[in-house]
Design a protein around this ligand. Structure first.
Ligand SMILES: NC(=O)c1ccc[n+]([C@@H]2O[C@H](COP(=O)([O-])OP(=O)(O)OC[C@H]3O[C@@H](n4cnc5c(N)ncnc54)[C@H](OP(=O)(O)O)[C@@H]3O)[C@@H](O)[C@H]2O)c1
Length: 278
């Protein structure tokens, strides 16, 4: 590996907002490696050509972001079981023989971000409420169940989408109508926002926290802004909160291990460097 210039990328459409290049290039610098990680704007209809070009260009792999995570599953040569279960591929690894294997590391990022903020966190401590049923929710629910959650209350504006997800993940996931989202917080041990509400340019999530126990952990996977309006309200009323950026940072760890054989660290310096741009 010493003579090789290491290459990886993130593909998305659009891609300029992605903080992934900053994350991975921080690690290249930290470990003194010759390599780079580039943002690639790839329209969905060019995804197959772009992925198939990776081996010839000597890329070790790439990450995928909106709107390419689902489409890639039909293109790669193999999809690992976790990505199949989540229903999306967030990371592609180029094997030595040029085959492309799809993984999903978002659930890992979610779990390890929560554990970084709350090392004593236990997913089986009580009911978890998940708001939203998109791609992020899939990874979060997979992570919760993988860590032993016994009850996930799932609430999404479009109830059919929540139901489809509950059908896939089994009896531990219970769908709650959107109108009941405030009341469903009663007795919860954890609340996770996976909707785009609260993101820069979007209104805050319309959710009253009055029924949420003060002992509940509150996580928002939205990370721009660094602290969403939901997290501000939760923190000010006394809940422990977990910001969303670390989910992005931690999902990079297994990607690096698969691409370059190195397990990088999520340090305070890395977090500060990226937070400074949010
Ligand atoms: N920290 C990380 O590493 C990380 C990872 C993944 C995603 N994210 C963030 O999570 C957010 C969602 O991403 P995604 O990939 O899951 O998106 P997605 O698949 O498009 O899902 C969007 C979700 O937001 C809901 N939503 C949209 N507008 C809404 C509104 N006005 N009121 C209520 N709900 C609304 C949708 O509900 P409907 O089904 O009713 O449309 C759906 O549940 C984004 O901000 C993304 O940046 C962060």
């Amino acid at each position: 590996m010493a003579d090789r210039f290491l290459l990886a990328a993130v593909m998305g459409w659009p891609i300029s907002q992605s903080r992934s290049p900053m994350l991975h290039n921080f690690w290249f610098a930290q470990y003194g490696l010759r390599g780079t990680y580039v943002p690639l704007a790839i329209a969905p209809d060019r995804l197959e050509a772009a992925l198939r070009a990776l081996p010839a260009l000597n890329f070790s792999g790439c990450n995928l972001t909106i709107p390419l995570k689902q489409k890639a599953m039909a293109i790669v040569d193999e999809v690992d079981v976790t990505a199949q279960k989540i229903g999306a591929t967030s990371c592609v690894v180029v094997k030595e023989d040029g085959r492309l294997v799809g993984f999903n590391n978002d659930w890992y990022g979610f779990v390890h971000n929560v554990l970084e903020f709350a090392p004593d966190w236990r997913a089986d401590a009580g009911p978890a409420v998940v708001i939203g049923a998109g791609g992020g929710a899939r990874a979060v629910i997979y992570g919760l169940l993988a860590r032993g959650a016994r009850e996930v209350r799932l609430c999404n504006r479009t109830v059919e989408r929540a139901q489809a997800l509950a059908d896939e993940f089994g009896a531990a996931v219970r769908v709650v109508p959107w109108d009941d989202r405030h009341d469903v917080l009663d007795g919860a041990a954890m609340l996770v926002n996976t909707t785009s509400q609260g993101m820069v340019g979007q209104p805050p999530l319309d959710l009253l926290l009055d029924r949420l126990p003060i002992t509940a952990l509150v996580n928002d996977i939205v990370y721009i802004p660094r602290e969403t309006p939901l997290l501000v309200v939760a923190r000010e009323r006394g809940n422990r909160t977990v910001t969303g950026l670390g989910m992005l940072l931690h999902q990079g760890v297994p990607a690096w291990k698969a691409w370059f054989g190195i397990e990088p660290q999520v340090t305070a310096a890395l977090r500060a460097a990226i937070e400074a741009t949010l």
